[in-house]
Design a protein around this ligand. Structure first.
Ligand code: ATP
Ligand code: MG
Length: 551
């Protein structure tokens, strides 16, 4: 797939900074918190940060923003690295914010020494009350004017574990009347004791807040452009305040862009965690999840995800992207690259009376109708085949119905023309089998003296393999997840078909390899069920019927 170099307002800023000499070499970072798996929103950030580094011959670090040990786990660290790699990127430095805990502590001490930070003992409720509102200024904490020495002593003892959780915090001394609530003496450090941090173990019971950690981590790493989502725009004055008031000598530029929202799904890690923890999906890599792992298991390609991120672009306008955009990107990718196969999802048995019992004929079918270089595969043909129930009606409902009808003819794709001679029903009147005859002169040739317009897919009953097929719908019934989003979960987001038949060549399909099941959609073998033949539907086809019928 062609991936043109995107343009966006951030790349324009970078162009200008390089042209003016403000920066010599671009250095970005992707800073996930290891408290869940990456989702497609993170992919937007990855494609932006790592894509910029690639295109500008710069660097991009992967930095785990790991200051909340309660929620973070090693397995997320591993999954995040695997997902970034799978998306096709390699980071330069691999860091953890926790690598900087000692340095961060030192900068906090520097702020205290400058009279710019203090230990506060207001309870969380009092703190909220003192903070004021959007329309009312806050009030100064009674602890705000402690002496530097007292603050230094208390802060050291906070680190030493002398005080219980929640009893004291370190706050920046900025402006309780600021119009920006983030600047009303924000908390820089809190006590969380008795936890084992995945990187630092039990070395710390004092943990820095994001707003303090992030600018300093960026500066330590020499990040030039710190790209984050719009909700951090209001935190930028604090980002700048921290760097302006410590002796770090590097001041990255924070630039915000709109986060990706996708319709018919949820994206925040908090909600995705709920889906997993409450068993509403089959884990983080459930193919219905908007996670990278879910999309991978579903059968998405990294190229399609990158292409999607580039197509939606990077702006400062919050919006919601239609699921159709993601679907059409993968469809386009797979239309060009996925080998064609046949699978019958709703089988109806067809016996070809004039075809010898026990005979097998190895037909050869192209893997792709347009690209000969994709080769061919063997398609066994025999007396008994399955077609889809939807491809037969006793009487055509209208002139557009070009499939098989009683007494009518149809071509079996890549095979012969058959005629339906007899319809066999059970006692309840349900059609259980068709008796047909084939015209041996029609392999790769039009029949003599008549036109057969319909082409349907089929699978040899003797040589095809039984398979389970999973059809995925959208996670939610409504485009936007509201407060009660769990009430909007789509009960039909997974439909399991357990009696499908797939053509012989799919019996040993490798997990994750994509195919087009002709007239049905794009599928790949599921990686979560190695002991059985299970295929995931990646995405439906647009109406392929008309196109195939002409061939
Ligand atoms: P969530 O709200 O889903 O939990 P988060 O922002 O807390 O996401 P982080 O792990 O902190 O998740 O995010 C790492 C990086 O990915 C951040 O720079 C963040 O801005 C970016 N990011 C997260 N979600 C999106 C999104 N939906 N669109 C674009 N970028 C995102
Ligand atoms: Mg976060």
């Amino acid at each position: 797939m062609e991936e043109n170099r995107p343009t966006n307002f951030i790349r324009q800023i970078i162009d200008a900074d390089l042209a003016s000499g403000k920066v010599e070499r671009v250095h970005t970072r992707f800073p996930p918190e290891p408290n869940g798996y990456l989702h497609i929103g993170h992919a937007k950030s990855i494609v932006l940060n790592l894509g910029v580094a690639q295109d500008y011959d710069g660097q991009c670090n992967l930095r785990f923003d790991d200051t909340n040990p309660e929620k973070e786990e090693q397995r997320y660290i591993d999954a995040i690295q695997a997902d970034v790699r799978w998306l096709g990127y390699n980071w330069d430095g691999l860091y953890f914010a926790s690598d900087y805990f000692e340095q961060l502590y030192g900068y906090a001490v520097e702020l205290i020494e400058k009279g710019l930070a203090y230990v506060c003992e207001l309870t969380p409720e009092q703190m909220r009350e003192y903070r004021g509102t959007l329309t009312e200024p806050g009030r100064e904490s009674p602890y705000r004017n402690r002496s530097v020495d007292e603050n230094l002593d208390l802060f050291r003892r906070m680190r030493d574990g002398e005080f219980p959780d929640g009893s004291k915090v370190l706050r920046a001394k900025i402006d309780m009347a600021s119009g920006n609530i983030n600047m009303r003496d924000p908390v820089l450090y809190r006590i969380r004791s008795g936890l084992v941090h995945h990187q630092t173990g039990d070395a710390w019971c004092l943990y820095p807040m994001y707003d303090f950690t992030h600018p300093i981590s960026d500066a330590i790493e020499g990040i030039t452009h710190s790209l984050c989502t719009l909700e951090f725009a209001d935190h930028r004055p604090l980002y700048d305040w921290v760097l302006d008031n410590i002796s770090i000598g590097c001041h990255p530029q924070q630039i915000e862009f709109a986060r990706l929202n996708l319709e018919y799904t949820v994206m925040s890690k908090r909600k995705l965690t709920q889906l997993v923890d409450e068993g509403l999906v089959d884990g983080w890599d459930d193919p219905r999840m908007p996670t990278i792992a879910g999309l991978r298991r579903r059968g998405f390609t990294p190229a399609a995800i990158r292409d999607f991120c580039n197509r939606i672009g990077v702006t400062r306008q919050d919006s919601s992207v239609e699921m159709g955009v993601l679907e059409s990107v993968i469809r386009e990718d797979l239309d060009a690259s996925a080998p064609r196969r046949m699978a019958v999802l709703n089988p109806l048995k067809v016996t070809i009376s004039n075809y010898p019992a026990g005979q097998r004929e190895d037909l050869v079918a192209p893997n792709h109708p347009k690209f000969e270089e994709m080769g061919t595969r063997v398609l066994p043909f025999s007396r008994e085949v399955y077609i889809d129930r939807g491809d037969f009606m006793e009487v055509a409902p209208n002139k557009k119905f070009k499939r098989l009808v009683a007494g009518g003819e149809v071509r079996l794709r890549n095979s012969y023309v058959i005629r339906c001679d007899e319809v066999i029903k059970d006692d309840s009147g349900e059609i259980v089998e068709l008796l047909c005859s084939y015209d041996p002169e029609t392999l790769g040739r039009n029949p003599e003296g008549r036109k057969v317009k319909g082409v349907i897919h089929w699978v040899s009953a003797d040589h095809g393999a039984p398979a389970e097929i999973r059809l995925y719908g959208r996670l939610l019934k409504t485009p936007q997840a509201g407060e009660n989003w769990k009430d909007d979960l789509n009960p039909d987001s997974l439909v399991v078909i357990d009696n499908a038949f797939v053509e012989a060549s799919l019996a040993d399909a490798e997990a994750g390899v994509q195919y087009q099941f002709e007239r049905e959609g794009y599928f790949c073998r599921d990686s979560g069920t190695p002991d059985r033949l299970v295929f995931n539907r990646i995405v439906t086809l647009r109406d392929s019927w008309a196109k195939i019928a002409q061939q």
